[in-house]
Design a protein around this ligand. Structure first.
Ligand code: S3P
Length: 472
C-alpha cells in the first residue's frame, strides 16, 4: 500500500482552481443518463467514486464519452496505489448520451461501485424504477455502510430491494427488482442524509403520483437543483420537497464548480500556517455546503469569499438557452481567499452539522491549532462514513500528540498549538488521509501516512495541487 510522506513547510501561497465537486459530478452523470438529449459535463471529477457511477451507467447501455478510457475501480479491500490514474485526473469533460427515463438496459454483470456510498444509494433510487434485476456490490468499506435507510422508503414505494441482514440493519450487496410504476409516498426522513433524500427523489421520477418528502434538517440540495436544471416537476419549500414523474430534458452543458470539500483541506492548511495567502478559484458555494467557511470564520480565520455572478436557483427557460452558454448547474460559485491566522476554540453543533459533515476531520485538525477548547457535537453519522472517522482521526491526531476526548457522538479538542510528525494510518479513508497530510505540513519532523492510495477516491490530484502551493 502506498505511503505519503510529508515534511513541514513554511506557508501556503498561490492561486489554484480545484477539480469538480464530487456530489454534483455523480448527479450530473445520473441525470444525464436518464434524460433525453446529449449533455456535456465540464470540470467533471475524475475520481474513483465518480468513475464507479460512470461505469454503472455504461453497463446499463448508456454511451458516455470520456477523454481517456476509465479504469474501473478494482476489487480491493479499500486503498489502492496512487500513481496509476494521474493522467485521467487532469481531463475534465465527459459527454453523456441520454437514454431517457425508460431507456436503461439490464446490466450483464453486477454493478461494482467500489468505495462509493453515493453511487450505491442514489443508484438504488433510479434502479427502483427499472423493470429489471440488478445487484449492487462494493469494496470492504462499502459493505459495512448501512442501507436500511434507503431500503425502507424504497420498499414502501413498491421496490423489491434487499441487502445482507446484520443486527438490525441491512448492508451491501444489494439486490433490486425494480418496478416501472412505483407508488408515490409521503415520507418524513428519519435520518439526516442527502443520499437518502436523493434516492427517494430519483425513485419519485418513476412513481404514479406526487412523492412528498420532508427532512429534519436541511441537507445538501444538489439533487433538487440539478433536477430543476433537467426540467423535472419538482417543488422545494423549506424542508419539504415534492416530485412528480416527468421526462428529463438535458441542459446540454453543465459546468461543475470546484469541490468545497476538497478546498477545505487547503483552506485549513493556509489558515494554520502563518504568513500564508491562498486563492481558490471557482469553488461551489452552495449554502448547504459552506458550513466550513462559517465555522472557520467564527474561529477567527481570515477568509474572504468573492462571489461570482451566480445563476443559482434561477431556472433558465429553454427558449433562452443558447447551446454554447456555460452554466454551472445553477449552483453558486466564487473564489475563496485565505490568509494565515490564529484561531480560537468554539462549539459546533445543531443545524450546521450537515453543512460541514465531510469537513469535520479537517475542522478537528484546525481545532488542534486553536486557542482554547473546541467541542463538536451531534456527529454520530461520522462513525458510519467510509470509516469511523471519529476513531480514525482521534487515533492519528493523538499519535501526533493532540489532546482529544472522544465520546459516542462528540469530540472535545484542546488546542495544543503544535503536533509531532509520526507514522500514521489513513485506514483507507480519503478524508482521513488528506487531513493527516495537512497536519504533516505543520507538524514537527517527518509524517508518513500509510494507506494513502485511497485519496484517489475523491481527489486524485491532491498531491499535485498541494505541490503547486507549498512554500518550503
Ligand atoms: C453526499 C452526502 C453526504 C456526504 C457524502 C456525499 C451526497 O452523506 O457525507 O460524502 O453526495 O449526497 P449523507 O447524505 O449520508 O450524510
Amino acid at each position: 500500500m502506498s505511503n505519503l510522506i510529508i515534511f513541514p513547510i513554511k506557508k501556503i501561497k498561490g492561486k489554484i482552481s480545484l477539480p469538480g465537486d464530487k456530489s454534483m459530478s455523480h448527479r450530473a452523470v445520473m441525470l444525464s443518463s436518464i434524460a433525453g438529449g446529449i449533455t456535456e459535463i465540464e470540470n467533471f471529477l475524475f475520481c474513483e467514486d465518480c468513475l464507479a457511477t460512470v461505469n454503472a451507467f455504461k453497463q446499463m447501455g448508456v454511451k458516455i464519452k470520456l477523454p481517456v478510457t476509465p479504469i474501473p475501480p478494482r476489487r480491493t479491500s479499500g486503498a489502492t496505489g496512487q500513481a496509476s490514474h494521474k493522467s485521467q485526473a487532469r481531463k475534465t469533460k465527459i459527454i453523456v448520451y441520454g437514454k431517457g427515463l425508460r431507456g436503461l438496459k439490464k446490466p450483464a454483470q453486477p454493478l461494482y461501485l467500489g468505495n462509493s456510498g453515493t453511487s450505491m444509494r442514489l443508484l438504488s433510487g433510479i434502479l427502483s424504477g427499472q423493470e429489471f434485476y440488478t445487484r449492487l456490490e462494493g469494496d470492504e468499506s462499502l459493505t459495512k455502510r448501512p442501507m436500511k435507510r434507503i431500503i425502507t422508503p424504497l420498499k414502501l414505494m413498491g421496490t423489491e430491494i434487499k441487502g445482507k441482514k446484520r443486527l438490525s440493519n441491512e448492508y451491501p450487496p444489494l439486490e433490486i427488482n425494480g418496478s416501472p410504476k412505483l407508488r408515490a409516498i409521503k415520507y418524513k426522513i428519519p435520518v439526516v442524509s442527502a443520499q437518502v433524500k436523493s434516492a427517494i427523489l430519483l425513485a419519485g421520477l418513476y412513481a404514479n403520483k406526487e412523492t412528498e418528502i420532508e427532512e429534519i434538517i436541511k441537507t445538501r440540495d444538489h439533487t433538487e437543483k440539478m433536477l430543476k436544471l433537467f426540467e423535472a416537476d419538482i417543488k422545494v419549500k423549506g424542508l419539504k420537497c415534492k416530485i412528480k414523474s416527468s421526462a428529463l430534458c438535458s441542459p446540454e452543458k453543465i459546468n461543475i464548480p470546484g469541490d468545497i470539500s476538497s478546498a477545505a483541506f487547503f483552506i485549513v492548511g493556509a489558515t494554520i500556517l502563518a504568513g500564508s495567502h491562498l486563492v481558490l478559484k471557482n469553488v461551489g458555494l452552495n449554502p448547504t455546503r459552506t458550513g466550513i467557511i462559517d465555522v472557520l470564520k467564527k474561529m477567527g480565520a481570515d477568509i474572504t469569499v468573492h462571489s461570482q455572478q451566480s445563476t443559482a436557483n434561477s431556472l433558465q427557460s429553454p427558449e433562452n438557452r443558447t447551446p454554447n452558454t456555460e452554466n454551472r448547474g445553477f449552483e453558486p460559485v466564487g473564489d475563496i481567499e485565505i490568509k494565515g491566522s490564529q484561531l480560537k476554540g468554539i462549539e459546533i453543533r445543531g443545524e450546521i452539522i450537515p453543512r460541514l459533515i465531510d469537513e469535520i476531520p479537517i475542522i478537528m485538525l484546525a481545532a488542534c491549532f486553536a486557542k482554547g477548547e473546541t467541542k463538536i457535537e451531534g456527529i454520530e453519522e461520522l462513525r458510519i462514513k467510509e470509516v469511523d472517522r471519529i476513531s480514525s482521526l482521534c487515533y492519528n491526531l493523538k499519535k501526533m500528540e493532540a489532546e482529544i476526548k472522544e465520546k459516542k457522538s462528540e469530540v472535545i479538542i484542546k488546542g495544543v498549538g503544535k503536533l509531532k510528525g509520526e507514522r500514521l494510518n489513513s485506514f483507507a479513508d480519503h478524508r482521513t488521509a488528506m487531513t493527516l497530510a495537512i497536519a504533516g505540513l505543520k507538524a514537527k519532523g517527518k509524517t508518513v501516512i500509510e494507506n494513502s492510495g485511497c485519496i484517489k477516491t475523491s481527489f486524485p490530484d491532491f498531491r499535485e495541487k498541494l505541490k503547486e502551493i507549498v512554500f518550503v
